[in-house]
Design a protein around this ligand. Structure first.
Ligand code: OAD
Length: 242
């Protein structure tokens, strides 16, 4: 590990603008299951079957039960050393943005401040009629599916397959990626777009791209460094080496 970190760390040391893209893998060591790995199924469902507007229309109770289960798992989880290393990293660069596909809130709980949440947040709900945001739903939710004061259903304030990402967040993320001197891509299978396009956008605009993952992914062939190892070990090692 030390050798893998050692060879390119000068590039990171010299960087002014750093962007980090994270996925479910960074929370794996906090005990939060990833989507496509072991434990990724809930009951018998895959994320793609439940995280859609159609699934919600068909069975809002089932979809909310899944989200409420995930809220409970995440509420009991604690940020890990990988999340903390990114808090440390944020303080070292003139421009820094942490772009996450995670909805688990663990980056903010760890103390990261400059965070773009591309896929929303499990701890927010949104009225399907008025669009108003609620952040005060108890965990677990006493009555599923939860309803807004106006009588309409609430939905999780997350991005589902087939929906657009929040414009402000993806614009910020795209700009940061293109301006980066270095981009770190941590714990994502890099198959869900448009987030998966950010490393390539960074690379084609001259960034040095470093991937941290347990295994190779579709972006591994074009990144500058691909470190295979758990984020909770590799990220603190990177910060130590700095
Ligand atoms: P995935 O479950 O697709 O991928 C997790 C990645 O993390 C895999 O490449 C693993 O090899 C890697 N990984 C697992 N444990 C790790 C560890 N300890 N350290 C480093 N890497 C590790 O999760 P995402 O890429 O985040 O979207 O999935 C992207 C999106 O698909 C999610 O945001 C969600 C999902 O369906 C929506 O719900 C819209």
């Amino acid at each position: 590990m030390a050798r893998e970190v050692g060879e390119w760390i000068d590039t990171l040391r010299r960087a002014q603008r750093v962007t980090v893209l994270t996925g479910a893998g960074i929370s794996a060591e906090s005990g939060v299951p990833t989507f496509r790995g072991e434990g990724g199924l809930w009951r018998t469902y895959r994320a793609e079957e439940l995280a859609t507007p159609e699934a919600f229309v068909r069975d809002p109770k089932l979809v909310w039960e899944w989200y409420d289960y995930r809220r409970q798992v995440v509420s009991k989880a604690e940020p890990n050393a990988g999340h903390s290393a990114l808090v440390d990293l944020e303080s070292r660069f003139a421009e820094f943005l942490l772009v996450t596909q995670n909805v688990d809130n663990l980056h903010r709980r760890a103390g990261s401040r400059s965070v773009a949440e591309l896929h929303g947040n499990l701890f927010r709900a949104r009225c399907t009629r008025e669009g108003t945001i609620r952040e005060d739903l108890p965990c677990p939710i006493p009555e599923i599916p939860p309803v807004c004061g106006c009588g309409a259903l609430l939905r999780p304030d997350v991005v589902w397959f087939g929906e657009s990402l929040p414009v402000e967040q993806i614009t910020l993320a795209g700009e940061a990626a293109r301006r980066s001197d270095v981009m770190l891509v941590v714990g994502t299978s890099a198959v869900v777009y448009p987030a998966a396009a950010l490393p390539e956008a960074a690379k084609s605009n001259g960034a040095f791209v470093v991937e941290v993952n347990l295994q190779r992914t579709p972006i591994s062939p074009f990144v500058d460094v691909s470190i295979q190892g758990p984020a909770a070990e590799v990220l603190p090692a990177i910060v130590d080496a700095l």
